[in-house]
Design a protein around this ligand. Structure first.
Ligand code: MOS
Length: 751
C-alpha cells in the first residue's frame, strides 16, 4: 500500500510553474492551513485505547511501589503496564551496537536514571480515564541524590563526540602560537541545556495484527525506525509499517525512535488492541533528547597584523549516566578561521538526565556562539573592525585539514550582508550609538557554517502510458517543505511539468529515503530522485532508440534529451516523440527506474564541504532597565544550488530566529536539589514570539559546487542558527560595552 496525500487538492494557482529554482509554495501547505493534514495523533483506528505514561518525579534511584490496584480499579482503566507484566522484547533496550543507536527506557527494571523517565503505562477507554489512572499510581521511591551541573563529579574525556568525531584534535603547536602572539584573549562562555520542543509532541498510534505491526508516528528516519523496532520485537523489518506523512517539527528529537514510542507499541501488544500514546509537554523533558549545556574556553593569539597565531577551543559538556552523546561544540573551530595552530578538546560530566541528542546544528550551534563571541573579542583586542578581522583571517583552505573547499562563497556573503545591513558606518568603539528614544544601539556580526552532509537514500520512478510520472521515496517533511523541493527535483529529473508528477513519500513501504537530519535530506533523497529519474528516462530512451518506428531510432541513449514529456534527438530537436507514444507503441502501461543518493567518497576525500553565511544583528538596550531587543537581522548564505528560493529563505528565517532564541530566550533550568527541570512547559521555557522577532532578511548568495553532488546541493536546514546568536551577543556588547558570556543573556548580566 502507498499513501495518498491528496496533494492534488491544492488550489490551481499553487500548481503553476515547475522544476528546480522555482519559488513554489509548499505542496502540503493547503492541507495544513485547512486542518485536513492528518498528523500521527489524528488517527483513531476502531477499538483504539488510550495509553498515558506515568513518569518518575525523582532523578535517581528506584521505584519501590506502585498502587496498580488503585489505578486498575478506576472506571475506564483497562490495564496498567509495569516491569512485571510488560511484554517481552527480543533484545535488551540497554544493548547498543553502534554510536548511532541509543539506549531506551522500556520498563526493563525498577531503576530510575532521570526525571520524567517512564515508570508505568496506564491504558484506558478514554484519555481522561488513563490520565486519572496514572495519577492514582502514587509511586514510592528509594531516592539517591541527583547529580546536576557542569561542575559535577569527575569529568572525563569521551571516546567520541557527536556520533563519533574524535574528542581531541590538534594541528600545529598552540602553546607556541599563543606565546609568540602580540595580543591574546581568553574567555569562557556558557550555553544552557535546551529541549527540542517541537509543536507536535512525540505520539504514536500502534496496532498489531499477529506479528505484523502498523504504526502512525512522526519520524525523521523511517527505515532506521523500522529497523530498530523490528529488532526490539524480533520481527522482520517489512512486518513493521510506519506512516509518517507530516511532522509538526522534529529538530533532531524524532531522528531516532524514542522510548515512549516503543512503549506505545508494547501497550498495544499487552492489550491486544490498537493504542494511542501522546507525550504531554512536560514529559518531553527527559526521554526524547535535549541539547546538553556547555562551558567553552577559547584562547586566541594574534600577531601585529591581526593574524591568528593560535586557536584553542575547549568544551565541557554533559551526558547521561547510561549512554553516550556528547555535544561536539569545539569542532566549530575546525573550519572557519585560518590559523597555523588549532587545538580542540572536549570533556564531560555524567548527570542524572535523559541522554542528550542532536538538536538543530548539534555542535556548530553551541560552538559558534563561543567562537564568534571570541572572534569579536579578538578583533576588539587588536583594535580592528570585526568584519575586517574575519576577512584578514579568512580560511582559503579548511584550517584543520588543509583540504580545499569544494566551494566557498563566504566572502560574497560577508559583502552582500554587510552592504544590505549598512555595516560600513559602524563605530569601532562600543556604546557610541543611541536611537531617538535614548536606547543604546549596537551592531554585531557572526559567521555561519554547517557541513554539507549526505547519507544514503533510494527512490523509484515510473513513467506511465498516459504521459504522467510517479516518484516514490520514504522521505520526511518536518514542515520545512522537503516534499515540495523533492517534487521539483522529480519533475526536473523526469522531464515533466510538476503537475504531471505524482510524488509519494512518508511511508516505510516506499524506498528508503534515509534520515531528514544533518541538513542532508534534500541533497541525499534529492540525488536518489534525480538518479531514479535519469534511470527511467534511460530505459525509455532504450525503447525508442532501438525501435525502427521511432524518430529517435539509432540516436543512441546519449543522443537523446528529455523535456516536456517528450524525448528529442540531441542533434535535431525537431525530431522527437512523447513518452506516451513510446510506451503505447511498445505495448507497455508503464516503465520504471530506480536511483540512489549517497556521498561520493572520492570528493569527500579530496574536498572540505561546508555551507557558509554571515549574519549581522542590530540590538537596542534600555540603558536603565537593561532590556534587550533585537531590532534587525540580515543574513546572507551560500549553500550551493537552491532548489526553491521561497522555502530556502524560510529555512534561514527559522534558523536565525532560533539564533535569537539561543542568545536571549531559551534555557532549561534545573532544580539543583532534585535534578528536575523547573520550566518544563512552553509558558516558562521561553522561545521567541512574533513580538520578539525583528525584521529578518535572508539573502541567497549564488554558489556553484561541482563536487558535493551532481545537483550541487549543500543543505540549508541548520546553518541559519549558527552565527546568529554570536551576532546578537556581539551587538549587545557593541551597544553596552558589557561582554555577556553566559547564554541566554539576561538583563542582570548587563547591569
Ligand atoms: Mo537535525 S539535529 O539533524 O534534525
Amino acid at each position: 500500500m502507498t499513501l495518498e496525500l491528496g496533494l492534488n487538492q491544492q488550489p490551481a494557482h499553487t500548481r503553476q510553474g515547475s522544476s528546480i529554482g522555482q519559488p513554489l509554495t509548499r505542496r502540503d501547505g493547503f492541507l495544513k492551513v485547512t486542518g485536513t493534514a492528518r498528523f500521527a495523533a489524528d488517527n483513531n483506528p476502531p477499538g483504539m485505547l488510550y495509553a498515558v505514561l506515568a513518569v518518575s518525579s525523582i532523578a535517581r534511584g528506584r521505584v519501590v511501589s506502585l498502587d496498580v490496584e488503585a489505578a486498575k480499579a478506576h472506571a475506564g482503566v483497562v490495564e496498567v503496564m509495569t516491569p512485571l507484566n510488560r511484554p517481552a522484547l527480543a533484545v535488551d533496550p540497554d544493548a547498543k551496537d553502534h554510536s548511532f543507536m541509543f539506549r531506551l527506557d522500556l520498563l526493563q527494571n525498577d531503576g530510575v536514571r532521570y526525571p520524567n523517565q517512564s515508570i508505568a503505562v496506564v491504558i484506558g477507554q478514554t484519555l481522561e480515564a488513563a490520565t486519572e489512572g496514572a495519577a492514582l499510581l502514587s509511586p514510592r521511591y528509594e531516592e539517591l541524590p541527583a547529580r546536576v551541573g557542569l561542575d559535577g563529579a569527575k569529568s572525563f574525556v569521551p571516546r567520541g563526540v557527536g556520533v563519533g568525531n574524535p574528542a581531541v584534535q590538534e594541528k600545529g603547536d598552540v602553546e607556541a602560537g599563543l606565546k609568540s602572539a602580540r595580543t591574546r584573549i581568553e574567555a569562557t562562555y556558557e550555553t544552557p541545556a535546551q529541549y527540542h520542543n517541537a509543536m507536535e509532541p512525540h505520539a504514536i498510534v500502534a496496532a498489531w495484527d499477529g506479528d505484523r505491526l502498523s504504526i502512525d508516528t512522526p519520524s525523521q528516519g523511517l527505515a532506521m525506525a523500522q529497523g530498530r523496532i523490528a529488532g526490539l520485537f524480533g520481527i522482520a523489518p517489512q512486518n513493521v509499517h510506519i506512516r509518517s506523512p507530516f511532522l509538526g517539527g522534529g529538530f533532531g528529537s524524532k531522528g531516532m525512535i524514542s522510548g515512549p514510542q516503543v512503549l506505545g507499541i508494547l501497550a498495544a501488544r499487552l492489550v491486544g488492541r490498537p493504542v494511542k500514546l501522546v507525550l504531554r509537554r512536560e514529559q518531553m523533558y527527559g526521554p526524547v533528547g535535549h541539547r546538553a549545556p556547555t562551558r567553552q574556553t577559547l584562547r586566541m593569539g594574534m600577531d601585529g597584523e591581526g593574524l591568528l597565531t593560535a586557536i584553542s577551543h575547549h568544551a565541557r559538556t554533559t551526558s547521561s549516566t547510561f549512554d553516550d552523546f556528547f555535544e561536539p561544540a569545539a569542532d566549530a573551530s575546525h573550519t572557519l578561521y585560518a590559523s597555523p595552530a588549532i587545538a580542540t578538546s572536549h570533556d564531560a560530566v555524567r548527570l542524572d538526565t535523559g541522554t542528550p541528542l542532536f538538536m538543530r546544528a548539534p555542535g556548530e550551534a553551541t560552538g559558534s556562539i563561543a567562537l564568534e563571541s571570541a572572534i569579536d573579542e579578538a578583533a576588539h583586542a587588536c583594535g580592528m573592525d570585526p568584519l575586517e578581522f574575519r576577512l584578514r583571517n579568512y580560511a582559503e583552505v579548511e584550517p584543520m585539514t588543509g583540504k580545499p573547499f569544494s566551494s566557498k562563497a563566504l566572502r560574497e556573503c560577508y559583502e552582500q550582508a554587510a552592504e544590505a545591513f549598512g555595516w560600513a558606518s559602524r563605530p569601532l568603539q562600543p556604546r557610541r550609538m543611541r536611537d531617538a528614544d535614548g536606547f543604546l544601539t549596537g551592531w554585531g556580526m557572526g559567521t555561519a557554517t554547517f557541513p554539507a552532509l549526505m547519507f544514503q537514500a533510494e527512490a523509484r520512478a515510473v513513467l506511465r502510458a498516459d504521459g504522467s510520472g510517479l516518484m516514490e521515496t520514504g522521505a520526511q517533511d518536518m514542515g520545512q517543505g522537503a516534499w515540495t523541493a523533492f517534487a521539483q527535483i522529480a519533475a526536473d529529473g523526469l522531464g515533466l511539468d510538476i503537475d504531471q508528477v505524482d510524488f509519494r513519500a512518508g511511508s516505510s513501504d516506499l524506498p528508503n529515503a534515509g534520515i531528514a537530519g544533518g541538513s542532508g535530506h534534500t541533497a541525499t533523497a534529492g540525488m536518489a530522485i534525480h538518479n531514479a529519474g535519469a534511470a527511467v528516462i534511460a530505459n525509455l530512451a532504450d525503447l525508442a532508440t532501438g525501435d525502427e518506428a521511432s524518430p529517435l531510432f539509432g540516436a543512441g541513449n546519449e543522443g537523446v534529451v528529455a523535456r516536456g514529456g517528450r524525448l528529442y534527438r540531441r542533434d535535431d530537436e525537431s525530431r522527437g516523440e512523447s513518452y506516451a507514444e513510446i510506451l503505447v507503441r511498445a505495448g507497455l502501461t508503464e516503465i520504471e527506474g530506480r536511483g540512489k543518493g549517497a556521498p561520493d567518497p572520492a570528493s569527500q576525500e579530496t574536498y572540505a564541504m561546508h555551507a557558509h553565511g554571515a549574519v549581522f544583528a542590530e540590538v537596542k538596550v534600555d540603558p536603565d532597565l537593561g532590556q534587550i531587543r533585537v531590532t534587525r537581522l540580515v543574513g546572507a548564505f551560500a549553500a550551493g544550488r537552491v532548489i526553491n528560493p521561497r522555502l530556502v529563505r524560510s529555512q534561514y528565517y527559522g534558523g536565525m530566529i532560533w539564533g535569537v532564541s539561543f542568545a536571549l530566550h531559551e534555557e532549561a533550568v534545573t532544580d539543583r536539589r532534585f535534578g528536575r527541570i523547573q520550566n518544563a512547559n512552553l509558558a516558562d521555557y521561553h522561545v521567541p514570539v512574533n513580538a520578539d522577532v525583528p525584521s529578518v532578511e535572508a539573502l541567497l548568495v549564488h554558489e556553484d559546487d561541482p563536487y558535493v553532488n551532481a545537483l550541487g546541493i549543500k543543505g540549508v536546514g541548520e546553518i541559519g542558527i549558527t552565527g546568529t546568536a554570536g551576532a546578537v551577543a556581539n551587538a549587545v556588547w557593541h551597544a553596552t560595552g558589557v561582554r555577556a558570556r553566559r547564554f541566554p543573556i539576561r538583563i542582570e548580566d548587563l547591569l
